[in-house]
Ligand binder design. Structure first.
Ligand SMILES: [Zn+2]
Length: 314
């Protein structure tokens, strides 16, 4: 296990060392280059000593994602020196700004449809992401929000079928992110005539809110980006005027009350059933209020996103 994880790091470090030496040979011994060279050598020494990847303060393993992103990191998140802590906070605030800028309008009207969503990040940067594009709408969860956003916007342009869109997105996501990252998501397409095609990749099942009651749309695939050759099934539905689709992230169903009981799908389904006929903003608000009453002031442990897409009357 150790051998497997250490060997590529050592090669990576040696590669970086060679590039640095080449650069120093070309531009002279600039202080920042010399400093980086020292850090690379120190990392190589840690690899030889068997302490690579362990925090220099608490000796616990450093977060793997951070090590992959920067093989020179020496401290776990909790033990970051104050200057690095401040730099990380600045990065997070910038990431939060980017996320906010990428979110679509929270209320939108399309041909025959109206949409609304609430988005409550639990930390500065949210793992949830939602977007709607012309006739397509989707909701997803990922730390790599900007990445998913750009990818779907680009893929949708070619107007592929939904299953092909998902396969392409999964392959692109798999090839361009850390192997430990995948995203659960619901991606759908709605036509003016009320037909909806949905793909639910490892995500909590969306609910169809009809006058006759609630229907659950079962998952049609694994999360996005788990394997590069995933295939995705889709579900077709028809919504009558006044019917709505309610999509939510696992942060909603897993939110707990004081006794540790999760909010659950049954409860949101019951609340949504009583909210048939409401505009999307009111439907989402009713569900969000019920959830807030349920957790009763306890802090959420995850991001909370809910989106309603309702077929407008006539
Ligand atoms: Zn530590």
């Amino acid at each position: 296990m150790e051998q497997v994880s250490v060997l590529p790091v050592r090669e990576q470090l040696i590669d970086r060392r060679q590039r640095l030496e080449h650069e120093i040979g070309r531009r002279g011994p600039l202080p920042d280059l010399a400093h980086l060279l020292q850090e690379v050598d120190a990392a190589l020494a840690r690899v030889s000593a068997g302490t690579y990847g362990l925090c220099e303060t608490c000796r616990a393993p450093i977060e793997p994602d951070r090590l992959i992103a920067d093989p020179l990191v020496r401290f776990c998140l909790e033990d970051l020196p104050p200057s690095e802590q401040r730099a990380l906070e600045r990065d997070l605030l910038l990431a939060a700004d980017i996320q906010r800028a990428l979110l679509p309008p929270s209320d939108a009207t399309f041909d025959g449809w109206r949409l609304n969503y609430v988005y409550r990040p639990y930390r500065v940067v949210s793992g949830d992401y939602c977007d709607h594009v012309a006739t397509a709408s989707g909701i997803a969860a990922s730390m790599l929000m900007a990445h998913l956003h750009a990818m779907f916007r680009a893929l949708v342009l070619a107007r592929p079928s939904l299953d092909v869109l998902m396969e392409r997105a999964s392959r692109a996501f798999c090839e361009s992110t850390l192997p430990t990252h995948y995203a659960t998501l619901v991606c759908g397409r709605a036509t003016t005539a009320g037909d909806v095609e949905l793909c639910t990749a490892g995500h909590p099942s969306p609910l169809v809110v009809r006058a006759s009651g609630i229907e659950t749309v079962e998952s049609t695939g694994l999360p996005l980006g788990m394997f590069s050759s995933e295939q995705f099934g889709t579900t077709r539905l028809h919504l009558d005027p006044g019917d709505a689709l309610l999509i939510f992230t696992d942060g909603v169903v897993e939110a707990e009350d004081a006794s540790g009981t999760p909010y659950g799908v049954e409860r949101i389904a019951r609340v949504a059933a009583g909210a048939h006929g409401l505009e999307p903003a009111a439907l989402v608000d009713t569900c969000a209020r019920d959830l807030a009453g349920f957790v009763n002031g306890r802090p959420y442990a995850d991001d909370v996103t809910m989106m309603a897409l309702r077929r407008t009357a006539g």
